[in-house]
Design a protein around this ligand. Structure first.
Ligand SMILES: [Zn+2]
Length: 331
């Protein structure tokens, strides 16, 4: 059930062609989703919206605080998109305020947070509902194609270094319920990602992880599904055989080009005509302290649920999927 988001926006910062605000909203009453909202300066009256989940990369400057993640969000904002980057449970401000990623409802809460993040974008009042996209790498890629599969409001999807026929991560946040009905597998992430058809999708894959077979295995399958819709021109694969598991500069270049094309972004002030590259050098990389929503837990609204609370979601008794506990989580 959709309940009021009660969004809180704090500490608006102004940079070259874009602004950033620290955001909290309630995906369910008392349970907060934390993030950063990037907006273009003098952007179009109706703007594309892009959700950016971050993946399992941890550390003091991990999650949505990573510099490569900030580059992605800032560059898209400079091209006229409103971008929302949001914490997984137990990462970023969620971790800072006491939540652990090993929450028994992590899959449901994170998927619901993604759906509510679309609601949040729409609540801003100037987002073009025909141009909403999601992109993330690793488990952020899982969040991207899972949201795309369940929410038709997502019109463009770009999962990076994740979609694989033989591996789906290993963390409950990627395979809870269990959505793949293991151990013998009823489905896999290639089929789930194909639910994006006939909407535009770019699969970014690399030689250094479980997406290494994409040009020969996963992409031909996905393309066939798109052919059934007569829309095979809308699905693409950018493969980097010599690269590893990240959302690094070369992947971002490919993703920018795809999103400019399918979200009708304005690259005129970002795309360098000589090099043919999208210029990220004017982005400002913020410190973790600057990006925090609340300085500490005392700033939270009084009705905020204590860390670790079980949330009143339907089917919550089925929340814990232990089928992959022997695997290492993907990033
Ligand atoms: Zn996880």
């Amino acid at each position: 059930m959709r309940t009021p988001l009660n969004a809180i926006a704090k500490n608006r910062r102004s940079y070259d062609q874009y602004t950033v605000e620290s955001i909290a909203f309630e995906s369910v009453p008392g349970f907060f989703v934390y993030g950063s909202l990037y907006r273009p300066v003098n952007g179009p009256a109706k703007q594309a919206g892009v959700l950016c989940p971050h993946g399992h990369w941890k550390g003091v400057s991990g999650g949505r605080f990573r510099s490569d993640h900030q580059h992605r969000c800032a560059t898209l904002a400079r091209m006229g998109a409103t971008v929302f980057s949001y914490d997984m449970i137990g990462f970023g401000d969620s971790e800072f305020l006491g939540w652990d990623h090993q929450h028994p409802q992590v899959f449901q809460l994170q998927t619901w947070a993604s759906i509510r993040a679309v609601d949040f974008l729409e609540s801003l009042g100037d987002i073009d509902s025909e141009r909403i996209a999601v992109t993330g790498a690793s488990s952020g890629g899982s969040q991207a194609f899972l949201l795309t599969a369940v929410d038709d409001r997502i019109r463009v999807s770009v999962p990076v270094a994740m979609v694989s026929a033989h591996f789906f991560g290993g963390c409950d946040c990627e395979s809870g319920c269990p959505i793949h009905l293991t151990p013998d597998l009823e489905t896999n992430n290639v089929e789930i990602a194909s639910a994006c058809a006939p909407r535009p999708m770019l699969l970014v894959s690399v030689g250094g992880d479980w997406s290494k077979n994409t040009p020969e295995v996963e992409f031909p399958y996905v393309k066939h599904v798109y052919e059934l819709f007569g829309s095979d021109s809308l699905v693409e694969n950018s493969h980097f055989p010599d690269e590893g598991h990240d959302y690094g500069p070369s992947k971002r270049q490919a993703v920018y080009e795809f999103l400019v094309k399918h979200l009708d972004l304005d690259s005129s002030n970002v795309l360098d005509s000589k090099s043919g590259l999208f210029d990220e050098t004017t982005n400002t990389i913020e410190s973790t302290e600057t990006m925090r929503v609340f300085a500490d837990a005392s700033e939270l609204p009084e009705h905020a649920l204590p860390p670790g609370s079980l949330i009143g979601l339907e089917r919550s008794s089925e929340a814990s999927g232990k089928e992959n506990s022997s695997l290492s989580p993907s990033n």
